[in-house]
Design a protein around this ligand. Structure first.
Ligand code: OSB
Ligand code: MG
Length: 380
């Protein structure tokens, strides 16, 4: 049982080592919202809101999420008792449309808090079964195909078990061909279009069938389940949906319609862990593999993703690169590392997310901070 007394929102600035370009935009300096949740019994939880700087991947941004949390979501959490974190999403979702990333940030912080209260690693509270998770890399759009092929080779040599390359019209067939040629036929390779195409491009996209990709991620618009189903009928390569899957129902729609054969689960996109587990279980019953996507998270959000990826049906490597891939310095101790086999270890020796927030560093890079509390308590 937990009852929240306060939630502290912090915005930190964290420069990426290099800009990350996808078909819908580019980011160089992450603006990340971290949440610290404090319960009446003194237990705490941490989480990260994965909303981006711009509304390109999703309509949510850090600023809309901050607004949704402060105005609508946090007030309905404070002072209220919950028996289990599974009850948090329904409480946040009732009467509030959308804003899944804002809801997820609060919900996932409650899971960390509940895990610490129960003295359990977050992975165990979620029902995870693995002690290591396989890691892939997501490589942004590069200036030319050769550059991309060299990046892919370097990543493969570092141990990554899946290479994902971002594509868009003008940087697709030749790029993927160059990477496949560089890596050879056996390496797990995939492409992510972030909705850059329409069904009119089906003939063009059929050329990708020649490269033995393990999947093509989100070629069409988020709302285009019917058109994804039509495209899937025209391709031999499995489609994987990312942006389109925002709930258990949408995952069921995908399966029913044949709009994709694999799902990328990002807990932030679907409203948190309860829905993620629902999608995971639905997919498991339907023999649909899932893997854990990433949103260029700091070490806090990464901890949540690693815990989720320890569940049994996460059978494909996730976008869970180690801290050093993104940042000169991460905000958690220890930083996230990957071994030479491309595995990230699930922290099972500590309760909760299993890493410690580096408060000195977080304080140095905080540009905005807001304490949301039960009014009577906040005033005291
Ligand atoms: O589509 O998976 C995506 C990053 C930002 C927005 C969308 C996506 C991504 C990634 C990054 O692919 C994966 C990572 O965190 O390493
Ligand atoms: Mg994606």
């Amino acid at each position: 049982m937990f009852r929240l007394e306060r939630i502290v929102l912090r915005e930190i600035r964290l420069p990426l080592k290099e800009p990350f370009r996808i078909s819908s935009g580019v980011v160089s300096d992450r603006r990340i919202c971290l949440l610290e949740l404090l319960a009446t019994d003194g237990s705490t939880g941490w989480s990260e809101c994965v909303a981006g700087e711009q509304p390109n991947y999703s309509y949510e941004t850090i600023d809309t999420a901050w607004h949704a949390m402060r105005e609508w979501l946090v007030p309905r959490m404070l002072g209220r008792s919950f028996d289990h974190p599974d009850a948090v999403f329904p409480a946040l979702d009732r009467g509030v449309c959308g804003h899944n990333m804002a809801k997820a940030a609060i919900e996932m912080g409650c899971w960390d808090l509940a895990a610490r209260q129960a003295n359990l690693p977050l992975s165990k509270l979620l029902g995870g079964t693995r002690d290591r998770v396989a890691t892939g890399i997501s490589i942004g759009i590069q200036a030319n195909a050769d550059e991309l092929a060299q990046r892919a080779r370097a990543a493969y040599e570092q141990g990554y078990r899946k290479i994902k390359v971002k594509i868009e019209p003008g940087a697709d067939i030749d790029y993927v061909r160059a990477v496949r040629r560089e890596l050879g036929p056996g390496v797990h390779l995939m492409a992510d279009a972030n909705s850059a195409y329409t069904l009119a491009d089906a003939g063009h996209l059929q050329q990708l069938d020649a490269f033995n990709l393990i999947m093509i991620e989100q070629p069409l618009s988020r709302e285009d389940l019917l058109r994804h189903a039509e495209l899937q009928r025209r391709l031999t390569t499995p489609l994987c949906l990312d942006e389109s899957i925002t709930s258990v129902d949408r995952a069921e729609d995908m399966i029913t319609l044949g709009a994709g054969r694999i799902i990328n689960i990002k807990p932030g996109r679907v409203g948190g862990f309860a829905v993620s587990k629902g999608i995971h279980d639905l997919c498991q019953r339907n023999a649909i593999p899932v893997w854990c996507g990433g949103m260029l998270e700091s070490g806090v959000g990464r901890a949540h993703n690693v815990a989720l990826a320890s569940l049994a049906n996460f059978t494909l490597p996730g976008d869970l690169s180690p801290s050093a891939r993104y940042w000169a310095r991460d905000v958690v101790l220890p930083e996230w590392t990957m071994d030479a086999d491309g595995m990230v270890h699930v922290p099972l020796d500590k309760p909760g997310i299993g890493v410690t927030v580096d408060m000195n560093f977080v304080d140095q890079i905080t540009v905005r901070r807001e304490v949301l509390g039960v009014p009577s308590i906040a005033a005291a």
